[in-house]
Design a protein around this ligand. Sequence first.
Ligand code: HEC
Length: 701
Amino acid sequence: MRTSLLLISATLALLTGCDQGMDLDAPGAVNAEKLEQAASNDQDWLSYGRTYDEQRHSPLAKINQSNVKDLGLAWFADMDTARGQEATPIVIDGKIYITTAWSKVKAYDGVTGKLLWEYDPKVPGETAADACCDVVNRGLAAWGDRLYFGTLDGRLVALDRATGKVIWSKLTIPVGEPYTITGAPRIIDGKVIIGNGGAEMGVRGYITAYDAEDGEELWRFYTVPDQPGKNTAKHLKAAEASWKGEWWKLGGGGTVWDAMAYDPELDLLYIGVGNGSPWNQSYRSPGGGDNLYLSSIVALRPSTGEYVWHYQTTPGETWDFTATQHIILADLAIDGKQRKVLMQAPKNGFFYVLDRATGELLSANNYVATNWATGIDMKTGRPIENPDARIDQTGKPFVVTPGPGGGHNWQPMAYNPDAGLVYIPVQEASFPYFPEADWKSATIGFNTGMDFAAGAMPADANIRKASLASTKGALIAWDPVAQKERWRVKFRGPWNGGILSTAGGLVFQGNSASRFAAYNVVSGEMLWDTPTQTGIMAAPVTYSVNGEQYVAVLAGWGGSWAISPGIFSEVGGPVRNISRLLVYKLGGKAKLPPEPPLALLPIDPPVDNGTPRQLAEGGRLFGRFCGVCHGDAAYGSNLVPDLRRSGLLHDPDSWKAVVIGGMLKDKGMVSFKEAISEEQADAIRHYIIRRAHEDKALGDK
Ligand code: HEC
């Protein structure tokens, strides 16, 4: 009797303890029921992909095909950073929450645009050197009365949604390792699930679940096995045989840096797994092997993190062909049967439709041109590879289509269930993969086992013209049942924005030509288009307040494509980054301020007197350590300094102070002294002087 009374009071104490935390039934609280029923909630945008199936399709139809021409700017808000903006806003009860470059969070009134609060996690500038693809962040998750997001330097932070005050913060990565978080967390039944990036630097991928209440770690799922003998999880033991050599010393890769989706009925969490680390498989796993679970879609039990099934898109990947791209769940009628499917258009150029209960491949077809594989063998589910594209095995360079930017990258797709179409922001771009002969891992910068310097764009007008002409971007409408393109909108270049679909029969997308537009879902006809002064990469959202529908998009150019691919970064002219939240409504009358002039420094290098040895070494080191931010062949974008235009080319001491001394480290330009000597830094300066003269001779100003 006594004992049971004690038990009861202990239980009561526990319950009261819980009550002091989040009240999930309070008005306005985000809970499991709300997230599971988000499809019919037309006011809010509760999670990164809007619903657990991540369709990014809104039932709102107040703005529709007949009146979208009257869409105008309702309000805008300027950001305090001019690096890439990739976030999808979250909207709850008429308030918009966004993350920006450098992992800052901002809250606005959705009607007036008034800034309600902001939070800066003060990510150290040096963290930028651990990020493959700019200091971006893709968004937040909501649970109870809180918001959750990851920081570039690996923290998962819980904020009070009303005030922006920190409730808890947890480091999700080992101290000192080059992991970064750019993706949005997802929340299932009070578990905050977050992955990270870093496979270009040399890390081992994983995803972790934390208790939304207090940040306690609940489970961690690794995507790559540790060395044999050290693996306890069944799925990792099973994966050991698919690896060779001493991959664990190099990390192996397989980071989960973006896509997740959830099916509450099957209770399965789907994650997209990234590329190998290093890229070149002959170093990562000499002798080959499938290297599970790189480039795979994996289904997990969200309560325990237990493996359920996987499908590998690119066995033994060697081209940076991540399968981290957007995963959409839908129910499709295939061969007269209703199927629960999972769809993905990963970097490798093929569109996959899988049975999401079992992982069975239902169909696959290429959604862009591919030359690394001619198709997918439906019996084995494996790509039919072109042996020439296996640069890891031939040791010879090959121009592969698509390249590491992928046929489709992180930019979210959308699925319109009425039209039965998936809208994919695609790009057509090839890349010359040059396997590096005597590659050694470095403690700073990219570790890919590829020689970017050897593949750098030559200063040859004809080659440049031909390469530019074959590099394209488009919005395509894809029929996932027929595995066929239905329509296409062409853009002047790659790297266009993510997609929003609405029941108003509209597809919204921003683009690299600094426009924001709406298209007819069925025909692709452009129905509305407005100038934005800046390139747009992020996906728009829509919400309603007091019966009025709004469309919002976080504008601002950047990301890997904008900073690394040299002459391709701005096909057709410089793309601006004027980072701003743009919000539209019917009859909106707000006006953007006049566009500031683009003030580019002239290309004005000093005398070109580098020795052949300096030029060769400078070029090699630039390709290895600098090009990922300052552009292939030193052809920079206007987002990170274009070194051909730098005044420091004339000033060897200041050059040294930046490159070796780390003078600009707080702004994302770290010291490279652990990898290169002072003489080598100066050799890079001479190489860039040479490149500046070459490009000036080709007509660049
Ligand atoms: C992770 C990205 C990144 C990498 C890699 C990188 N840089 Fe930078 N660099 C930057 C950024 C960002 C700035 C601008 C900092 C600022 O706002 O002043 C910069 C600025 C500079 C500047 C100053 C230019 C000027 O005119 O103000 C020099 C010189 C420079 N970098 C040289 C190099 C060299 C040489 C390498 C390779 C050894 C390199 N950088 C690698 C991001 C990078």
